[in-house]
Design a protein around this ligand. Sequence first.
Ligand SMILES: [Zn+2]
Length: 286
Amino acid sequence: MIDMMRSAIFCLLFLATNAALALLFPFTLSRFLLTGFIFTAGVAVTLYLLLHPRNQWLVANRSRVENADCVALTFDDGPSPVDTPRLLDLLREKNVKATFFVVGKRADQYPEIVRRAWDEGHLIANHTWSHQHLFCFLTPRRLRAEIELGTESIRRICGFRPRCFRSPVGLRHPLLRLYLKQAGLEYISWSIRTFDTLIENSSILSRRILKRVTGGDIILLHDRLPAGADVMLEALPGIIDELRERGLKFVLAGSREDAGCATLESRPCEPAHSFRRSTKLPISPR
Ligand SMILES: [Zn+2]
């Protein structure tokens, strides 16, 4: 109930901000200044609620791991047929487990890469079906489909319903809290934004990350970028070594056991541990 009230208050704020433009008429300087103030303040609060990765108003989220001597590496937007296998090789060599927030339709294109990541002990999580950059403006039907089709893709490939979710660019939606609850998903945010999407020099990327990371951080990286993930892949071995030297351990952003518990049916691709049955959620039409 409180959750729905939060969404309703957000929608009212959005409507009131736009309705404030009516105060401009009949036009006077004082009305213009008053409207400008109300509109600017309304837009600023709306954007904060929609865009801030750790804001809890529209969806409860976790941006740290529990143990203070651990950090979690998370990789969004994959799989990439080129860079994700390279990353998996590197992680295997360094004996590091990470969390992959995969885009459902890309996972369907390269299921063997997602399966490999799961089989090698990483966690696979839902990063929506098609990674819509206007995620916060999706219709309710489309929002639900983005979440459920992303989940269904992982279930098809790995045999379990994921328990962790992250939206494109961390964007919020007024109905996100409700739909994630219905889908049994926890929103995982991040505490370290690396800007690996922008930084073109591996030393700069490495310095930026190492300067900021402390125990408990969840680090946001990408294993698929339009220009390739070479810079991140070049920086990562040194980052892993340095963080280990500081006494930090690498953990998953969520539990693989939780993922297993959410599995409905035994499938040939399931990992060694046994899955338990749980409630199956309906898959809505596209
Ligand atoms: Zn993304």
